[in-house]
Structure formats: C-alpha cells, structure tokens
Design a protein around this ligand. Sequence first.
Ligand code: NAD
Length: 331
Amino acid sequence: MSCVFVARATPVEPRARLASSRRGTRSLSRPSAAPKVRASYAMAPTVLATAPPVPIMVNDLTGKMGRAVAESVVGRDKSQCFLVPVAFSGSAKPAVDVGGVVVEIKSIREDAGAALVDLKKRYPGMIVVDYTLPAAVNHNAELYVKHNTPFVMGTTGGDRTKLLTDVTAAKLAAVIAPQMGKQVVAFQAAMKLMAENFPGAFKGYTLEVTESHQTSKVDTSGTAKAIVQSFNDLGCGFDIKDVTLVRDVPTQLEKMNVPEEFLLGHAYHTYKLKSPDNTVFFEFQHNVCGRSIYAEGTVDAALFLSAKVTGGGETVYDMIDVLKEGGMVTN
Ligand code: NAD
C-alpha cells in the first residue's frame, strides 16, 4: 500500500483565491478558548462592512517579508484594511511605493515612540506588523508595548520568553507566530492531534525527512522539527539531526523540482514512512514557493487581532487561534 499526501503552495492570482476561499472554509472544529468578540470577518462580511477598515503599519516593508505583507494589505478589499503610509526600519530610507501607497521609511532608533503616538492618533485602531530581524525582536516589541500598540510579530528569534513575558505583563493584545502560513499551521496542528489521539500508531515505522530552503538558511526548519516531534509521538523514533537539508541549487532544481524563480524563497518538506516489513508506505509533503502564504496569513492575523482589540482582548494569540475563528480566508 502506498499513501501520498501532497500539498504544494505555489502562488496563484490572489483574487481567485480570495473568491473561492470566501465561499466558506471553517477550519478546525474545536471552539477557540478565547472568547469570540465579533463574528469573523471571514464568515460574516456584513459585520465586516460595518467595521472601519483596519490601518496596518508594516515594519519593515523594505525587507522581503515586510514588502510581501504590505502588498497583501494593499491587495485586500479596501473595506478590510489599508496600509499606513509610514514604516520603521533599522535606519531612515527613501520612501517606497507599494501599489500606489507612498510609504515614508523612518528610523526606529530616532523618536520612534513619538512617531508611534502620532500615528495612533492619526490612525485609530492601528495594528503593527513586525518582520524585521531576530536581533530586533525584543527591542521592537518593547516599543510597541510601551506605546500600547497591538502587534503581529512574524519575526523569528530573539528572546521568546522575554517577548511573551513583556506582552503578557502589559496586557497587550498580540499575535506571535513563527509560522504564519495558515495551511502549514493547520497541517502541523492536525499531525499533533493525530499524535495525541493515536500515540504509537506508527510504531516501528522508519521515517525519512528531507527539507529544502534557500541556501542562506543554515538551520533545520522549525516546521520540520514540530512535525518530526508528532511523528515521534506516533512511535517513529527519529533523530532530528537526521533530517536531510538540501541547500544546493543543482539538487533543488533537478531533484526537488523547485522552480528557478523560487530558489531564493521556498520551503519544501517531505516526510516518508515505511513499515517494518517494507510493505506499507506513506508520504506527506508540503511545498511552499514564495512568501504569499505567509503574507496573507499575516494580514488575516492582523484583522483577527483588530477584532480582538475591539472586543477588549488583551492577551497573546497564535495562528491556531486565528484559524479556529475562521481565519482561513485566503490562499
Ligand atoms: P529581510 O532581511 O529581508 O528584512 C528585514 C528588514 O528588517 C530589513 O529591511 C532591515 O533593514 C530591517 N530592520 C533591521 N533592524 C530593524 C529594526 N530594529 N526595526 C525595523 N526594521 C529593522 O528579512 P525577511 O526575509 O523579510 O525576514 C524577516 C523575519 O521574518 C525573519 O526573522 C524571518 O525568519 C521571519 N519570517 C517569518 C515567517 C512567518 O511565517 N512568521 C515567514 C518568513 C520569514
């Protein structure tokens, strides 16, 4: 027997995705632990129509992820959200145009607090999105916390314990997630549920894991680590050090079939399972090209957070919370 579950997420044109997904995918069946303060924007467009569009500030939209998020914001329906025409970067830079919105790039090191206070007055209900550098995570979060500005932290790394402690102590609402790709998060959650419900179901099976990313990524993917943990809970006994990391271009092109235009931005994962007697095979695969899956998930997280703030939410959420409330809008 052979079972292959393959998911590829290559960018398709956003409007078609939006239209088809809006027809209604309520994602996970478990109700959210967090109170539902407003019907989801995904499931209740009439409610959305009455709420003002959410101002979204993207730091730093001169970076790769920030730019992708800014483009997603601009690409959304104007009734949902709009891009704040100011962003913080590590240093002041020339203004950039994102889909017709000219965004001033200020240094986060110079009077960022005063600028944030001013922006909050000009754009009530503003949500900040942060895609910067691991070294900037805690400093930037301190700034948002100090000025009581709800934020979505997509940046990985930094001192995560301090990050959570700072936000929780300030009773600020934030979405913090190292993986904003909603479908990937859903797959991770499903694997975790499977492991919790059927521990040892794959006992004795041999696992092979291969992941390919752009050559600049040195470490093993966090997603692979999480999925391997679930496979181990299912009985596989796999050492994370045995993941095959593909970082060389010829292998990516010839063996992994990564499209050339995505060599600098892809996340391919394959998990192969084989029964002890070599008669049963399973294969799970999730291949992501580009950044749109993360960018769209981030915008959904920002809209989710805005609804939470409107309802008095003052806690830290993750992408599972976003998915549970019907955040599966796009992609
Ligand atoms: P990038 O290097 O392209 O962009 C980072 C930007 O941050 C640069 O423009 C830099 O000038 C700017 N910057 C540096 N210090 C800053 C500061 N103190 N304040 C504001 N801006 C500052 O990096 P990228 O590829 O866009 O990735 C950014 C982060 O997002 C990384 O941590 C990456 O791991 C993470 N990431 C997360 C997800 C997710 O799903 N959560 C997906 C992809 C990438």
